[in-house]
Design a protein around this ligand. Structure first.
Ligand SMILES: O=C(O)[C@H](O)[C@@H](O)[C@H](O)[C@H](O)COP(=O)(O)O
Length: 223
């Protein structure tokens, strides 16, 4: 794991967008289809604003959320809504999007179909993660029911998550899929998350799920 510190969040966003674009371009030289998994939340928007303009063959990029809240697509809590508004626009509007949640469908009923769209583009070419101050990432929350199974090395690509601290259930990429990405970026802002990351480095993934992804991770941090 390496940590890159930035003087401000704008510089971080520009640098990370450029890094991801370069990694996708390199991956496209060797694969017909490549994959990019991105988080929801309040952190990645400015990175998306820069990345969406990257001049690459977006029609060969499969974009998916690292996790999705089980909410309507027009909800302000929908990660798909954020990704469609901020990333799948401009040149990136032609990218293929793989939703993890289908409104009105029971998650367990659609997971096999969604996994059939994800499996062909595993390992993930590029992964971007956020993290909570509780050291969760994607929808892998400390102490969550089923967390052990979602972190297991033999876990399927997707899991339904029902974290007690969240208002809705979610669908999440599992630990081995996140950790197995060929390039991994974690974006965190502020002292509290920096302290949480330092703490996570000495904890087991069951207590600090982000710890399951840190091998080979590039952490991008700004106040
Ligand atoms: O669906 C989500 O919310 C994300 O995938 C989640 O894992 C997020 O990255 C963290 O909760 C950090 O969220 P912020 O960027 O809002 O701090």
């Amino acid at each position: 794991m390496k940590i890159q510190e930035y003087a401000d969040r704008d510089m971080l966003a520009i640098d990370v967008a450029n890094a991801i674009a370069g990694e996708l371009e390199a991956a496209l030289l060797h694969h017909d289809m490549v994959s990019l998994a991105v988080p929801g939340g309040t952190t990645p928007g400015p990175v998306f604003d820069g990345l969406c303009a990257a001049d690459l063959e977006w029609d060969r990029v499969r974009v998916l959320p690292t996790d999705e809240r089980c909410v309507p697509g027009d909800s302000d809590r929908s990660n798909e809504r954020l990704i469609r508004q901020r990333l799948l626009t401009n040149r990136a509007s032609v990218a293929q999007y793989v939703p993890l949640y289908v409104e009105g469908k029971e998650p367990d009923d659609v997971l096999p179909e969604i996994e059939s769209l994800i499996t062909p583009v595993l390992p993930l070419s590029v992964l971007v993660l956020g993290m909570g101050e509780d050291m969760h990432t994607a929808s892998l929350f400390p102490g969550m029911a089923g967390l052990g199974g979602a972190l297991d090395s033999h876990a399927p690509p997707l899991a339904v998550a029902r974290p007690e601290t969240q208002p809705e259930s979610r669908i999440t990429l599992t630990g081995p899929v996140l950790d197995g990405a060929l390039s991994k970026h974690l974006i965190i802002f502020g002292a509290a998350k920096r302290d949480a990351l330092d703490k996570a480095m000495s904890l087991p993934p069951e207590e600090a799920p982000i710890a399951a992804t840190l091998t080979g991770m590039t952490v991008h941090w700004a106040e």
